[in-house]
Design a protein around this ligand. Structure first.
Ligand code: DC
Length: 230
């Protein structure tokens, strides 16, 4: 069987990676692997078992013993933790906040990166390829990915988008507070000692702030069509 094509998609939080990656994977017929969901699942397991978020041994044990499954769905991908559908539970602000501890835990990263590599190499074989989204895909998970996209957007644009989403959902907040939160997340993502967010020499950097999800995915799809690789 032909080696699966790996599309790496990295970028800061709020740049629209998730929806673009999902749409692009659909266009290509590839498997979509949301690696953030895996870090979030371990975070949820840690919060539920009241693990010490600063204890690497406890977190490593949790990551090793947690069965995390990403199942492609018609409309939405589902995330299962030890057989339970946790797709919604992993998206709470509490999990988002605590996920920074899990992302900083080097033994957990090692376990999750190895699983992501296996999913990209083996689980995607019947699809012909995979779109993996995260922070360290092009650097650590698949440094030899055939395509490395870095989806960027200014911190102001991302904060404004997030603020509008929150207001629409009825949350009381201010643009300043959201901006500070996005900046803090960037800080953690860019400055993490291991698995930090970085562009590589071969990253294709795109800022799609002015495009819709569909337009953005179409642009990446066209890029791949114009640059075939085997
Ligand atoms: O993309 P997201 O917000 O769902 O990511 C959740 C957390 O996991 C966030 O703290 C960043 C971290 N993460 C990571 O360290 N490496 C990845 N490949 C993906 C996410």
């Amino acid at each position: 069987m032909k080696k699966p094509i790996i599309v790496a998609m990295d970028g800061p939080a709020g740049a629209g990676k998730s929806t673009v990656a999902k749409t692009l994977a659909k266009k290509l017929g590839y498997l979509h692997i949301d690696t953030g969901a895996m870090y979030r699942s371990v975070t949820l397991a840690a919060l539920r078992t009241k693990a010490d978020l600063k204890n690497d041994d406890q977190l490593e044990h949790l990551a090793k013993s947690s069965k995390i499954e990403l199942k492609p769905g018609e409309v939405e991908n589902k995330v299962f933790l030890n057989g339970e559908d946790v797709s919604k539970d992993i998206r709470t602000p509490e999990v988002t906040q605590a996920s920074a501890f899990i992302a900083n835990c080097v033994p957990v990263r090692k376990i999750l990166v190895a699983r992501q590599q296996q999913m990209g190499r083996e689980d995607s074989a019947s699809y012909g390829g995979a779109v993996l989204e995260g922070r360290d895909i092009g650097t650590d998970v698949f440094p030899d990915a055939q395509y490395k996209f870095f989806l960027d957007a200014s911190v102001e644009t991302r904060a404004k988008r997030r603020y509008n989403d929150l207001v629409k959902a009825g949350t009381q907040t201010t643009l300043e507070a959201v901006l500070a939160d996005v900046q803090a997340r960037d800080d953690r993502d860019y400055n993490r000692a291991v698995g930090g967010l970085r562009k590589t020499a071969d990253s294709i950097v795109m800022d799609h702030s002015d495009l819709t999800v569909e337009q953005s995915a179409e642009e990446l799809f066209q890029y791949i069509q114009k640059h075939p690789k085997n």
